[in-house]
Design a protein around this ligand. Structure first.
Ligand SMILES: Nc1ncnc2c1ncn2[C@@H]1O[C@H](COP(=O)(O)OP(=O)(O)O)[C@@H](O)[C@H]1O
Ligand SMILES: Nc1ccn([C@@H]2O[C@H](COP(=O)(O)OP(=O)(O)O)[C@@H](O)[C@H]2O)c(=O)n1
Length: 245
């Protein structure tokens, strides 16, 4: 999206009133289950799914490929004009592409994870990506869209009818992540996760629920129970909103 007019249109849809997709905004720290739970919730509800972190990762992958130093904000900003990414929002057909390259797997590599916070701290990058997220939300053909990241409940879609903070203890999050990354030691995975959360939380607060945001703590819930808990929040909040109208 490039035109400011599109942003106005998007805002109208997110705030309700005009018909548009139901936006379910989910934030939380690394390893809390945002991506996997959000995708399963979208499947359960017949909604679209938008993984905003994947876009920050795709930009980081692109910078690494081009040999651009992610710590130099001006170089990163200059690259935005040439950055072409596409993301699948059908939860049954998820992909991330940069130009003609399928980077769905590559953006999860530790070398990408280690630079993504540098990219995410640049305000111009955040504003540029947020415009795209809002355009995707507004144009989805699905009845609703589950959007997950760090600042969805507070910045990207603060007026969404359903806003959730998905948390889990640091211990649980580290254990889940190290199960996935079997090539890395548990200590290395834990340290990487802790330092990324620390860097990211200097930019946006995703550890504390903002006003009106419902916390779902998955520490003692298994995956299916967490999905059910989030679906329950969606049902209760959307029922409340429609009764309130
Ligand atoms: N409640 C849960 N219980 C056990 N494992 C979970 C739970 N929620 C998520 N997971 C698993 O934890 C890992 C990290 O989840 P992920 O969705 O990648 O988190 P995030 O997107 O917040 O970083 C995944 O392997 C996922 O399947
Ligand atoms: N809305 C968002 C989403 C991600 N991010 C950044 O993108 C990175 C990767 O996000 P992610 O959701 O893929 O991270 P995981 O929690 O899945 O590991 C985060 O560490 C943040 O630096 C962000 O700043 N704002």
């Amino acid at each position: 999206m490039t035109a400011a007019g599109s942003t106005t249109d998007t805002d109208a849809r997110i705030t309700g009133g005009a018909p548009g997709p139901v936006v379910v905004a989910i934030d939380g720290p690394a390893g809390s289950g945002k991506s996997s739970v959000s995708r399963a919730v979208a499947q359960a509800l017949g909604y679209a799914y938008l993984d905003t972190g994947a876009s920050y990762r795709a930009l980081s992958w692109d910078l690494l490929m081009r040999g651009i130093d992610a710590s130099v904000a001006a170089s990163v900003i200059a690259e935005l004009g040439a950055f072409e990414f596409r993301i699948g929002i059908d939860p049954d057909d998820y992909y991330v592409r940069v130009g003609s390259a399928d980077v769905t797997e590559a953006i999860r590599e530790p070398r990408v994870t280690s630079v993504v916070s540098l990219v995410a701290r640049i305000p111009e990058v955040r504003a540029w990506l947020n415009d795209r997220f809002r355009a995707i939300m507004a144009s989805t053909p699905f009845d609703g869209i589950v959007v997950e990241g760090r600042d969805i409940t507070t910045v990207v879609a603060p007026d969404a009818p359903v806003r959730i903070l998905l948390t889990a203890s640091e211990e649980a999050r580290m254990a889940r992540r190290s199960k996935e990354l079997t090539s890395e030691s548990a200590a290395a995975v834990g340290e990487a996760l802790r330092s990324r959360d620390k860097a990211d939380s200097r930019v946006v607060d995703f550890m504390n629920a903002a006003d009106g945001v419902t916390t779902v703590d998955s520490t003692d819930l298994d995956f299916a129970q967490t999905v059910a808990a989030v679906v329950e929040v969606v049902h209760s909040q959307t029922a409340r909103n429609s009764h309130g109208r």
